[in-house]
Design a protein around this ligand. Structure first.
Ligand SMILES: *[C@@H]1O[C@H](CO)[C@@H](O)[C@H](O)[C@H]1NC(C)=O
Ligand SMILES: *[C@@H]1O[C@H](CO)[C@@H](O)[C@H](O)[C@H]1NC(C)=O
Ligand SMILES: *[C@@H]1O[C@H](CO)[C@@H](O)[C@H](O)[C@H]1NC(C)=O
Ligand SMILES: *[C@@H]1O[C@H](CO)[C@@H](O)[C@H](O)[C@H]1NC(C)=O
Ligand SMILES: *[C@@H]1O[C@H](CO)[C@@H](O)[C@H](O)[C@H]1NC(C)=O
Ligand SMILES: *[C@@H]1O[C@H](CO)[C@@H](O)[C@H](O)[C@H]1NC(C)=O
Ligand SMILES: *[C@@H]1O[C@H](CO)[C@@H](O)[C@H](O)[C@H]1NC(C)=O
Ligand SMILES: *[C@@H]1O[C@H](CO)[C@@H](O)[C@H](O)[C@H]1NC(C)=O
Ligand SMILES: *[C@@H]1O[C@H](CO)[C@@H](O)[C@H](O)[C@H]1NC(C)=O
Ligand SMILES: *[C@@H]1O[C@H](CO)[C@@H](O)[C@H](O)[C@H]1NC(C)=O
Ligand SMILES: *[C@@H]1O[C@H](CO)[C@@H](O)[C@H](O)[C@H]1NC(C)=O
Length: 587
């Protein structure tokens, strides 16, 4: 009854759309009731336009005007002055005597990081690059969320400029190299490389990322590349609903193929997607800004998840065929799950929480090709089952286990028990039916699991005590002998964005203590035999924290967002992080 939705920009049509602007006179009177054949139909809203928009049209019509940085050419790196590399005085750490001066900290001789241990820092394109409309980049859903959706962002912040890393990457890489960082994890902007998410490839974007990668290699920094970190090309969202549709699978694999072909000669480590639990649970996107979708809101995340598993596994197999020595996985996320009490019900709640979070993706990829039984049971009434062939393709489609492992949390049965919750789809905890808390039980004193991060990151507490168990759990449950990478970990210093004095900002004691204790926790896990091969700290600079904008900060370097061309400054935590490897990495 209706024509295909808006921008169908495949192949030649898309190439044409990159040509300079054209004027279109087509219009459909809003009151028309004629369908394609000139007959009367009953649902006039089913009409769709045949407009073809170029990149500039999309920005003008679908996003609006954007802010440009003052600096819009690539800046050469300046040498990092020796005066910037003096570490701060130490904090006090309980297992060791007081009075030690860095780097004289006592060493536990049972611990070490191997020479090849990949310690590094992580970032994501949309959170650092800025230059959103420059050099042919097409808009992503996040440009619309920032510009069009009222109050989606704290303070209506946008990512138009952020760190201006698109132009300042040489300086950024020089500054992490100056601290001896061995690995840099970053993501590609899909809509920079393919402005419409499919169809034509933007050579300027390929050139840019080539230089980012080559600059890493000049500094002996190992690049780890993520294909997708939440910035879905807007055309794909507006055409078929992005990850809600299996149409995205072919488009993602085509994009992956472009990236593998362009960069695979120099990049060994690839992550297909970042944190599917998070971006799938962001569906439904706000109504009225994107293609409307009729899938019930509570089911949308599972459609997204299924597309992710199909897209990831196909990209994995393509990547292995194109780059036999590559190491490919996706990035999982979630905290360690601890039963609040020793009751059987709380143990069941913990298992359901693993199933509906990590297990949703990790059971298919690392264990069986299919969902955990509890998830499958829930989705069976609406989601098509995976075919045998798809399950075989998904099963084993990862070479390492990569986990963004920030924190830990207690889990317990809902009020009235798990069975009552499972029988009541109105229960706010349905279908997982596991309740959560950051405090110990009243019997254990009711204390927090560890110090809270910024209130804007209420999900995050410093719970580093649990990291060894967490890594053992991953090794025993999913990794199956594969190496493990902590692909993100980090801390939002409380109220840091409220501080105005630079020296106050640079001394970040909770973040220091987080990195100190987390690195020691990884050393304990290594001493227990966990096959941990790397860790990537989030993040190497302050950046755009999604819907929280600039209101919470995760950087180990300060950035003044009123003018990102002002110098970056190392915070004390960056030296703390580095010192763990000065002390414990074998030379
Ligand atoms: C247009 O409407 C007529 C009458 O309702 C119907 O028979 C015909 O199939 C419709 N054509 C299209 C392309 O939807
Ligand atoms: C669009 O319409 C205007 C006014 O009716 C006309 O002058 C112009 O030539 C048309 N442009 C195209 C591309 O048809
Ligand atoms: C965000 O934008 C909306 C719409 O323009 C406005 O009503 C609101 O006050 C803005 N919020 C802030 C914090 O500026
Ligand atoms: C789009 O979806 C929302 C619910 O998500 C609904 O309220 C709205 O009416 C829909 N709009 C159209 C045009 O279907
Ligand atoms: C749970 O059991 C362990 C020993 O198995 C015990 O040390 C701990 O105190 C118990 N916790 C609670 C909350 O009962
Ligand atoms: C998934 O792969 C593992 C080995 O990697 C194998 O033991 C298991 O049987 C496979 N599961 C299915 C359902 O094919
Ligand atoms: C599936 O759900 C039904 C009804 O909620 C329940 O009776 C059954 O035990 C569940 N099966 C599994 C494998 O969880
Ligand atoms: C979850 O736990 C909190 C704190 O104990 C409680 O107040 C709340 O009612 C629980 N929610 C459900 C749905 O069981
Ligand atoms: C189901 O859960 C809702 C929300 O918590 C509650 O209001 C309702 O009473 C529950 N229904 C039953 C039958 O327990
Ligand atoms: C950030 O830069 C502005 C000038 O653009 C300056 O007024 C402010 O003091 C700077 N903030 C800090 C913390 O250095
Ligand atoms: C040194 O490390 C070993 C192995 O992890 C551990 O058993 C021991 O308690 C540690 N010693 C100190 C003083 O932390």
């Amino acid at each position: 009854m209706s024509r295909p939705y808006l921008f169908l920009l495949a192949g030649a049509a898309a190439a044409q759309a990159l040509e300079p602007r054209q004027t279109f006179n087509q219009s459909i009177p809003p009151t028309t009731t004629l369908n394609d054949s000139g007959s009367v139909i009953e649902n006039p809203t089913a009409f769709a336009t045949p407009f073809v928009l170029n990149v500039e049209d999309m920005w003008d019509l679908l996003v609006g005007s954007v802010t440009s940085a003052a600096t819009t050419t690539t800046v050469s790196a300046t040498p990092v002055p020796a005066s910037s590399l003096i570490p701060p005085p130490p904090l006090y750490y309980s297992p060791f005597p007081t009075g030690q001066q860095y780097p004289m900290e006592l060493k536990n001789e049972s611990w070490s990081f191997s020479r090849s241990f990949l310690w590094g820092v992580a970032s994501a394109a949309f959170q650092i690059e800025g230059a959103v409309r420059d050099d042919g980049r097409g808009p992503s859903v996040w440009d619309v969320l920032g510009h069009r959706v009222t109050n989606y962002e704290v303070n209506n912040y946008t990512a138009d400029v952020v760190d201006n890393n698109y132009y300042l990457y040489k300086e950024d890489l020089a500054r992490i190299a100056a601290l001896g960082v061995k690995a840099y994890s970053f993501s590609l902007s899909w809509s920079r490389i393919m402005p419409f998410g499919r169809g034509p490839v933007n050579q300027v974007a390929i050139d840019h990322y080539n230089d980012v990668i080559n600059t890493c290699l000049e500094y002996d920094i190992i690049p780890l590349v993520t294909l997708y970190h939440w910035d879905t090309p807007l055309v794909l969202q507006d055409t078929y609903g992005g990850w809600l549709s299996e149409d995205i699978v072919n488009d993602f694999v085509a994009y992956a193929s472009v990236a593998f072909a362009a960069f695979g000669d120099r990049v060994t480590y690839w992550f297909t997607v970042n944190e599917p639990i998070v971006f799938c649970q962001q569906y439904p996107l706000p109504a009225h800004y994107f293609k409307n979708f009729t899938i019930p809101a509570e089911h949308q995340q599972f459609y997204c998840g299924q597309s992710v598993l199909l897209a990831h596994s196909q990209a994995y197999h393509l990547g292995k065929s194109m780059m036999p020595n590559s190491i490919i996985a996706y990035k999982n996320n979630g905290g360690y799950k601890i039963p609040l009490t020793n009751s059987t019900e709380d143990a069941q709640a913990v298992q359901r929480a693993w199933d509906f979070n990590e297990g949703w993706f990790s059971d298919p990829v690392y264990l069986t090709g299919d969902y955990p039984a509890s998830v499958k049971n829930y989705t069976a009434s609406f989601l098509r089952p995976l075919t045998q062939q798809e399950m075989q393709s998904i099963n084993g489609s990862a070479d390492i286990y990569a986990h963004d492992a920030y924190t830990s949390q207690f889990y317990f049965a809902p009020d009235g028990g798990i069975d009552a919750c499972l029988a009541n789809s109105s229960n706010p905890l349905y279908p997982t039916c596991a309740n959560t808390s950051y405090t110990y039980s009243a019997a254990d004193g009711g204390w927090l699991i560890g110090p809270a991060a910024d209130p804007g990151a209420s999900w995050l507490h410093k719970a580093t005590d649990w990291v060894p168990q967490f890594l053992n759990y991953i090794a025993d449950t999913w990794a199956g002998g594969r190496p493990i990478v902590v692909s993100e970990f980090g801390f939002a210093e409380p109220f840091e964005a409220d501080k105005t004095l630079l020296q106050d900002i640079l001394y970040d004691p909770l973040r220091m203590s987080y990195y100190h204790d987390y690195t020691r926790a990884m050393l304990i896990a290594l001493s227990e035999g966990v096959n941990l091969i790397g860790c990537l700290a989030w993040s190497f600079v302050d950046n755009f924290e999604w819907a929280s904008g600039f209101s919470i900060r995760f950087g180990m370097q300060y950035v003044n967002f009123s003018d990102p061309a002002l110098p970056r400054y190392y915070k004390a935590s960056f030296f703390e992080y580095k010192s763990a490897f000065d002390i414990y990495q074998e030379q």
